[in-house]
Design a protein around this ligand. Structure first.
Ligand SMILES: CC(C)(COP(=O)(O)OP(=O)(O)OC[C@H]1O[C@@H](n2cnc3c(N)ncnc32)[C@H](O)[C@@H]1OP(=O)(O)O)[C@@H](O)C(=O)NCCC(=O)NCCS
Length: 434
């Protein structure tokens, strides 16, 4: 990589850095990861995220370490439905194993040796009794003893610490009666992300769904995979948690390849994914339009045509162009639409007829539509999107478009350009990073 590549890469990361500052991410680490050779690099990457202003909560599991320590003491663990029965007599050992993992993470985040990526890094890590646990109880006649589930999370206390500190939570919950419960880390991470209304919940795993067309999955698609019933157990569990989190307002859940060095940074700061993402942001109600949507689209855009925000489109024109439209439907009503009309001669497409119903503005629907159109245009190998706009140039500026001269327009469009309307030509390159 030359130095200009580095600069280009750094610049291309800037929009992500800006978007993530002050956002809350919950990162779930497994006990195995803490042992892995890649762990030290992951810690450097986590430290970097913290220094870039991301509010981080780290949850760690300890399964491997608990197994080892119990084995070392000659204790054979019992499992029921894949969950360890945490017996009273084993709890001191279980707590010891959990504490060891937490100490390792604490110690690694405290490093600051010169000539390392942590040089000059001073990170304050705080752990505490933020999680209340309760017993899982008796399942099919088996008393799960000190294996527990999350009862509540003191999200207010965690919120007050984030930003200045990284909050580190072990897979343990304390009860009102002063007992400690061994919690599943994946579930704890999911519940913490929900209670904090986190922007992202990030898991690591060996297995994830590989689809050559996309690394983004809706909860409906994930449910379909779960129903097929042939997923590896760990992925099954993570997908269930991901669905739960997204259904409770966590915007995006990532399942990253635990064996990929730098996967966290790759997923967060580049367009190349490092695993899979579960979100409904792009999919819930967003779909390609069909001929049945014409009535709904006309109803949506009519007031905007009246006010001059959009150019008038006849029903006939809409019928001809309907395949180029995406819509967002809510409760049977078209609440937003966008068209992306490819030029027949050049690899560019015009974005047109962008409209979000007044009652649904400022909720990110416009952004979702534009993102969907961009994704599709990239897949089709288009080099640019452009738009003619009179009133919304700043909205498009914020989405990475920049103003161009009339000459930018493809020939056919240039001839039809209405100088009286005075629309600005804005375009976005799909080939540059950023
Ligand atoms: C422009 C439009 C599609 C945006 O849809 P949306 O779903 O409200 O957009 P998002 O939620 O993704 O973005 C909202 C943000 O954009 C800002 N925004 C909205 N319209 C804007 C405009 N004309 N110029 C600059 N910023 C604008 C909002 O203030 C909000 O900012 P915030 O997040 O800092 O609060 C919608 O306002 C609309 O339908 N406008 C009328 C039709 C129109 O003008 N279409 C464009 C034709 S070229």
């Amino acid at each position: 990589m030359t130095s200009s590549d580095h600069i280009q890469w750094f610049r291309s990361a800037a929009p992500y850095i800006n978007a993530f500052r002050k956002k809350t991410f919950v990162i779930a680490l497994t006990g195995e990861q803490v042992r892995s050779q890649l762990f030290i690099n992951l810690i450097h990457d986590i430290a970097l995220c913290h220094h870039l202003g991301i509010r981080l909560v780290i949850i760690h599991g300890s399964r491997l370490q608990i197994d080892e320590l119990l084995q070392h003491q000659g204790v054979q663990s019992r499992f029921h439905h894949g969950i360890r029965v945490s017996e009273a007599s084993s709890m001191p050992t279980i707590i010891q194993a959990i504490s060891q993992v937490r100490h390792t993470i604490d110690a690694r985040l405290s490093m600051g040796l010169p000539n390392t990526p942590m040089s000059g890094s001073e990170i304050s890590v705080i752990s505490g009794n933020f999680v209340t646990g309760m017993p899982l109880g008796i399942i099919d006649g088996v008393d799960m003893q000190y294996s527990g589930k999350v009862r509540s999370i003191n999200s207010q206390a965690i919120h007050s610490l984030l930003g200045d500190h990284i909050v580190l939570l072990s897979n343990i919950g304390f009860s009102r009666s002063g007992e400690s419960f061994n919690l599943p880390a994946e579930e704890l991470a999911c519940q913490v992300a929900i209670s904090l209304r986190a922007e992202k919940l990030i898991y690591f795993n060996r297995d994830f769904i590989r689809n050559p067309d996309t690394d983004q999955f809706s909860t409906a698609q994930c449910k379909a995979y779960l129903q097929q019933g042939n997923l590896p157990k760990s992925l099954h569990s993570l997908l269930s948690q991901a669905i739960e989190a997204v259904n409770h307002q966590v915007r995006r859940v990532h399942i990253l390849d635990e064996n990929l060095d730098g996967g966290l940074l790759q997923e967060l700061f580049t367009r190349d994914g490092a695993g899979m993402m579960v979100t409904n942001l792009f999919y819930e109600g967003l779909r390609k339009a069909s001929i049945d949507d014409i009535g709904g689209i006309l109803e949506l855009i009519h007031p905007l045509e009246q006010s001059g925000a959009l150019i008038k489109r006849s029903r006939e024109q809409l019928e001809l162009e309907i395949d180029y439209f995406h819509v967002i439907e809510k409760d049977g009503m078209v609440i937003a639409c966008i068209a992306s009309i490819p030029d027949p001669q050049t690899p560019v497409a015009e974005v047109a007829c962008v409209a979000v119903h007044e009652d649904f503005r400022n909720a990110g629907f416009g952004d979702q539509l534009l993102t969907a159109v961009e994704l599709e245009a990239r897949k089709q190998g288009l080099t640019h999107l452009y738009i003619l706009t009179t009133r919304t140039s700043h909205w498009f500026l914020e989405k990475g478009f920049s103003e161009q001269g009339i000459d930018f327009l493809p020939a056919s469009k240039r001839q039809a350009y209405n100088a009286d309307r005075g629309s600005r030509v804005m375009a976005k390159s799909l080939t540059e990073q950023g």
